[in-house]
Ligand binder design. Structure first.
Ligand code: UDP
Length: 235
């Protein structure tokens, strides 16, 4: 059984049908899913992306905004999502703490791994905001880094798809779901579970990654209970 798990959600997941911003119904749904993990006895960390607010590459596309600044804007977006997630978890009666990779102490604690561990001991959910704190990285890499730092035994990438396929299931009707795949396979262009930096870091640290559909209720709990039928495992 898993003991400490980090769950990564994309920022887009929070956006709902609007395609941008934060849909509180989705926040509430995610909080309920996280609650089931905590009640099962898992120590839970969360990383949320910022794609529903801003993506560095897109914001910098026409050159008006420099890439580094655009990336800092993206990181701030992840903090906005983190504050919202913290509220949603507390609304569900859980105790949660947001820690950020960039100091903004009026809003959240700075990231301190020992402090995060203490929060887990007390049954708190820890949300890591602002990615790695560095431009040119992604929140997938931030999630892999934090999962490694806190000694998580599993990283769950919560997505819109049921797992990893040998080709794009949206384009090819004969796409086959891969139940297990190696890190090297996950790096292949047409598979791309996460960006190369994130996968390389996971591989170096032997951090297994479960890819699952967050919109199917109970999927996160199933995985930590050892039922891998609704996900793909990269290890
Ligand atoms: N970002 C960054 N460094 C990090 C993590 C994120 O610069 O360590 C910026 C980057 O601009 C990225 C944005 O924050 O586009 C939002 O994160 P991401 O695209 O990973 O979010 P997601 O796709 O998961 O919603």
């Amino acid at each position: 059984m898993n003991k400490r798990v980090l769950v990564k959600f994309s920022g887009e997941a929070l956006a709902g049908t609007e395609g941008y911003g934060i849909d509180t119904k989705i926040l509430d749904y995610i909080a309920e899913e996280i609650k089931s993990l905590v009640e099962y006895g898992i120590e839970v960390a969360i990383v949320i992306g910022g794609g529903n607010i801003i993506r560095g590459v897109t914001a910098a596309a026409d050159g008006v905004i420099k890439r580094t600044s655009a990336d800092y804007m993206g990181m701030l977006g992840t903090v906005i999502n983190g504050v919202a997630m913290q509220e949603a978890l507390e609304y569900k009666g859980l105790s949660a703490r947001l820690q950020t990779a960039i100091k903004m102490e009026e809003i959240a604690e700075p990231f301190i791994v020992r402090k995060a561990m203490r929060h887990f001991e007390k049954g708190r959910v820890v949300i890591f905001g602002a990615g790695t704190g560095n431009p040119y990285f992604t929140t997938d890499t931030g999630a892999t880094l934090r999962a490694t730092e806190i000694g998580a035994d599993l990283l769950i990438k919560a997505t819109k798809v049921n797992g990893v396929y040998d080709k794009d299931p949206m384009k090819f009707a004969d796409a086959i779901k891969l139940d297990n795949l190696t890190y090297d396979r996950a790096l292949e262009d047409h598979i791309k579970v996460m960006d190369d930096t994130a996968i390389a870091l996971a591989k170096d640290n032997k951090l297994p990654i479960a890819v699952t559909n967050m919109n199917e209720k109970g999927n996160l709990l199933r995985i930590v209970q050892g039922d891998y039928s609704k996900c793909s495992i990269v290890k």
